[in-house]
Design a protein around this ligand. Structure first.
Ligand SMILES: Cc1cc2nc3c(=O)[nH]c(=O)nc-3n(C[C@H](O)[C@H](O)[C@H](O)COP(=O)(O)OP(=O)(O)OC[C@H]3O[C@@H](n4cnc5c(N)ncnc54)[C@H](O)[C@@H]3O)c2cc1C
Length: 500
């Protein structure tokens, strides 16, 4: 942590403590959460150490497709747990281990790209081979993959951790932005947004654009102009479901700090009809929206953006009763649509997302385009090909595409893969743990931890859980410390090293 970060922390904490009436003594007690942070999800560095066991002598060539957070952490842990590791990571991006959860803090707080961009080569575990290329073909029956550069690589076991693709090109007017990877080199894509006020924290240069846009938005509000902030959430699964709202809460908070909140109208336009899939968090977020005067219009899917005219176009959809079916004694339900044009001064776009086509549409993909794994038994083993596992954003799981989920999944994959190599039963299970630290203002975060309520009975709804001694559905400054100062080192020095 550098000097400026320490000063920033002190300022934010002092301000929140004053507002909350918290004494320094209580604050110190809660700071104990810092060490507890490493326990989130039941994982401590101490437990990682006690987990250390004799390395397995199992043999086999392991190929990992994708060297982002999930893939590189898996490689690191496998390398530690195998006596003679033969591990190859295939990853085209030279900054794949970039810290993506920090993107929100670029767009809406003081961080910059310098705080989050990390070089892949600095995180390749010792003994692991890196091939800087993209897999373009999968032949799981012959246990082979082919790369864009024309190499054919065979394997005994494969782990797919390719993350997902941002599909901006699906929105009319953003065809030039096209398909992007969050940590790719995407300056040209960010430049497409120009001075329109539109942008997205879902990629690095996009987050820098959002920072610039937010500054201009706040300056306009400060000058007395009445301004409109518009925030979207698409009709596909997305990574970090909280991020579209985090950037909205941060806009609200920045406007308040600037004394210009009354000049801005902030409206959330999600495709769905809830704030969050878990009832407690859903309710808590509704309350916060009300308290902060933030508006929402459900069932609006962003389909078009006119950057020159600063207009966002939505497909507003709803159901209406159609014909009555006397045999079934019910009405047909018909989906109706209307085109809604919304002018904006600031637009935050959460783009549609999908698995990379070369994976989703390949023999290892599923009809919905993600990689199907056995989540009912929690093993994360591929449904069809038993020597393949998948984890992270590309895995077809019912909930939670977050780094917090991947942090639980990669240990399960490593344990089960080694069990498979040794000819043992797969006993490690992923129970759906997800954490989504939802920033609700500068200085406060709602932790939003959940897992699957009753997977054994085929139900995979999110259930609120708490691994720290504070309510996870109440915003708290201690969670801000966790989010802003602890989770990044924990990821870089713990998870990516196969430890935390
Ligand atoms: C704005 C934002 C905010 C977020 N906030 C949080 C948060 O607060 N908390 C949290 O826990 N998570 C958060 N996340 C989500 C988290 O960062 C992701 O869930 C996590 O990075 C997923 O890891 P992954 O390894 O599956 O994917 P990635 O880290 O994206 O890595 C996938 C890698 O696979 C590579 N790849 C793709 N296709 C191929 C191919 N064909 N061949 C070879 N390699 C390939 C890609 O180049 C990429 O490097 C946030 C994400 C964003 C964008």
């Amino acid at each position: 942590m550098n000097k400026k970060m320490i000063q920033d922390t002190q300022e934010v904490i002092e301000e929140v403590m004053k507002k909350e009436g918290i004494s320094r003594r209580d604050a110190l007690k809660l700071i104990g959460l810092g060490s507890a942070a490493t326990m989130m999800g039941g994982v401590t560095s101490a437990s990682a150490a006690t987990e250390a066991r004799a390395a397995s002598s199992a043999k086999g060539k392991i190929v990992i497709v994708g060297g982002g957070l999930a893939g590189m952490s898996t490689a690191a842990r496998l390398a530690k747990n195998l006596e003679n590791p033969d591990i190859t990571v295939i990853e085209p991006n030279d900054r794949s281990t970039t810290y993506q959860p920090g993107l929100t803090l670029i767009g809406g707080y003081t961080w910059t790209d310098q705080d989050i961009v990390y070089k892949t080569e600095d995180y390749v575990p010792s003994g692991v081979k890196l091939i800087k290329d993209r897999v373009v073909e999968f032949d799981p029956k012959a246990n082979k993959v082919t790369t864009a550069g024309g190499q054919t690589i065979s394997y005994d076991f494969m782990v797919i951790a390719s993350g997902l693709v941002l599909d901006f090109g699906r929105i009319k007017g953003l065809e030039e932005v096209g398909e992007l990877y969050t940590a790719g080199h995407n300056q040209k894509a960010a430049d497409v947004f120009g001075k329109s006020g539109a942008g997205s924290i879902y990629f690095v240069e996009g987050a820098m654009k959002v920072k610039e846009n937010l500054h201009n938005f706040i300056e306009a509000a400060k000058s007395g102009k009445k301004v409109q902030g518009v925030y979207t959430h698409p009709n596909t699964p997305i990574k970090c479901g909280g991020a579209p709202k985090k950037i909205m809460f941060l806009t609200d908070s920045n406007l308040r700090h600037a004394g210009a909140r009354e000049n801005a109208e902030l409206t959330f336009y999600p495709n769905g009809s809830k704030m969050f899939g878990v009832p407690e968090y859903n309710e808590a977020i509704f309350k916060l929206f009300e308290e902060k005067g933030m508006k929402y219009k459900f069932s609006h899917n962003l389909t078009e953006v006119d950057l020159a005219k600063k207009i966002a176009v939505f497909d507003h959809h709803w159901k209406e009763k159609g014909e009555y079916d006397p045999d079934l004694e019910e009405y047909d339900m018909i989906t109706k649509h209307e085109r809604v044009e919304v002018p904006f001064d600031f637009l935050h776009i959460t783009p549609p997302m999908k698995a990379p086509d070369e994976i989703g549409k390949s023999p290892v993909g599923s009809s919905k385009g993600w990689v199907p794994v056995d989540y009912r038994n929690g093993t994360l083993q591929h449904i069809k090909f038993k020597n393949i596992f998948a984890l992270g954003d590309v895995a077809a799981l019912p909930l939670g595409k977050t780094g917090g989920s991947a942090r639980k999944q990669y240990k399960v994959v490593v344990d089960n893969l080694i069990a498979l190599m040794e000819g043992r039963e797969l006993t490690a299970k992923y129970g759906g743990y997800t954490v989504c630290p939802l920033i609700t203002e500068i200085g406060k975060v709602m932790l939003a931890e959940f897992d699957w309520s009753d997977p054994a009975n085929g139900k995979f709804n999110g259930k609120m859980i708490a691994t720290l001694p504070l309510r996870p559905d109440e915003p708290h400054w201690a969670y801000w410390l966790l989010k802003v100062y602890l989770l990044k080192p924990m990821t870089q020095y713990g998870m990516l090293r196969g430890l935390a």
